[in-house]
Design a protein around this ligand. Structure first.
Ligand SMILES: [Zn+2]
Length: 289
C-alpha cells in the first residue's frame, strides 16, 4: 500500500509549476485590448447527461435542451452588441466538464458563463423558484453544497469521464493558487448577472431586485465546471424546470429573449466598469448568501 503524496508537498511543487507557467499562459494586455470582448457560453449538460428533467403528459423537458436554446439566443444577442461569443457545444453531445473550461482557456476568453436550470428535486429546493448565480469558492451552505454535488455528479462513475478523484484533487490545488486573481472579478460578474436577470425577468416593473422573491442570490460553491477556468467564471441557474412560471419563461421565445437581454446588459456593465472605482464598489456592496 502506498501512502498518498502529502497535499502540502504536492502543493509546493505545483506552486513552482504554476509560477513558471503562468507568465506563458497570460493574454497580453495589448492583445486583449485590440480584440472584441470574448465570451464563452457553456450550455450545461448534453448527450447522455440530461441534467434535470421535467416530465409532462406531452413529453420530457430536459435541462440540456433548455440550456442550449438559452445559450444560442444569448449568443445571438451578444453578437449584435459587438461581443465575440463561442459556445462549448452547438448540439446535443457529451462533453466532459473539464473540456468546457479548457476550451475557454484555449480561446483566451474574457469570461466563462455556464448556463443551467435548477429543480426542486434537488433536496432543499422544494417548491422553489427564481434565479441564482454562483462563483467558485468553498462554501459552508448546505443547499449550495447539494446543488454543486448534483451539477458535479456527471463526474461520478461515468466511464467516459477522464476526471478521476486524483485529477480533481490536483485541479483543486492548482485552482487554489490561481483563484485570488479571478475571485473578485468572478464575484462582480455574478453580481451584474444576478441583478440584470432578476430585473429583466420580473413581471412587475416596480419590483426591487434586492428584495424580489425571485432573487435567490449570489452564492458560492465548488462547481467542478468552473474549476479549470483561467478567467472570471460563473454558473447561472436560470430558473426551476420544476416550477410552472420558471419553466414557461424559458420555454417561450419572449422569455428566452429576456434572459439573453439580461446577460447582455450584465456583460456590457461588466466590461464598461472593468478597472474602475465603481467596479470595486460593486464587489464590496454586493451581498453573497
Ligand atoms: Zn445543471
Amino acid at each position: 500500500m502506498t501512502r498518498p503524496f502529502p497535499r502540502l508537498v504536492k502543493k509546493f511543487f505545483l506552486t513552482l509549476l504554476v509560477a513558471l507557467s503562468t507568465g506563458l499562459g497570460q493574454v497580453s494586455l495589448t492583445e486583449a485590448a485590440q480584440r472584441p470582448f470574448r465570451i464563452v457560453l457553456d450550455p450545461g449538460h448534453g448527450g447522455a447527461d440530461e441534467g434535470t428533467v421535467h416530465i409532462e403528459p406531452t413529453g420530457r423537458i430536459t435541462e440540456k435542451d433548455v440550456t442550449l436554446i438559452l445559450a444560442q439566443q444569448t449568443a445571438k444577442k451578444l453578437r449584435s452588441h459587438g461581443f465575440e461569443v463561442f459556445l462549448t457545444r452547438e448540439g446535443d453531445i457529451d462533453l466532459a466538464l473539464s473540456a468546457r473550461t479548457a476550451m475557454a482557456n484555449r480561446l483566451k476568453a474574457d469570461v466563462f458563463i455556464s448556463l443551467h436550470m435548477n429543480a426542486s428535486a434537488i433536496p432543499g429546493a422544494k417548491d422553489a423558484f427564481g434565479i441564482e448565480t454562483y462563483f467558485l469558492n468553498s462554501t459552508s451552505d448546505e443547499s449550495s453544497k447539494r446543488l454543486a454535488h448534483f451539477e458535479n455528479s456527471v463526474l461520478g462513475g461515468s466511464p467516459k469521464s477522464p476526471d478521476s478523484p486524483e485529477e480533481l484533487d490536483v485541479a483543486l490545488i492548482l485552482k487554489d493558487l490561481r483563484l485570488d486573481a479571478n475571485l473578485s472579478e468572478s464575484k462582480r460578474l455574478a453580481c451584474h448577472l444576478q441583478h440584470q436577470l432578476v430585473q429583466y425577468t420580473s413581471n412587475d416593473p416596480a419590483e426591487v431586485v434586492a428584495t424580489s422573491p425571485r432573487n435567490r442570490g449570489i452564492k458560492q460553491a465548488l462547481f467542478y465546471v468552473l474549476l479549470g477556468a483561467d478567467m472570471p467564471a460563473v454558473l447561472v441557474e436560470a430558473g426551476f424546470l420544476s416550477r410552472n412560471s420558471d419553466r414557461n419563461l424559458v420555454l417561450a421565445l419572449s422569455g428566452q429573449q429576456k434572459i439573453a437581454s439580461a446577460i447582455t446588459a450584465a456583460l456590457e456593465r461588466f466590461r464598461t466598469l472593468k478597472g474602475t472605482q465603481q467596479a470595486k464598489q460593486v464587489v464590496s456592496t454586493c451581498k453573497v448568501r
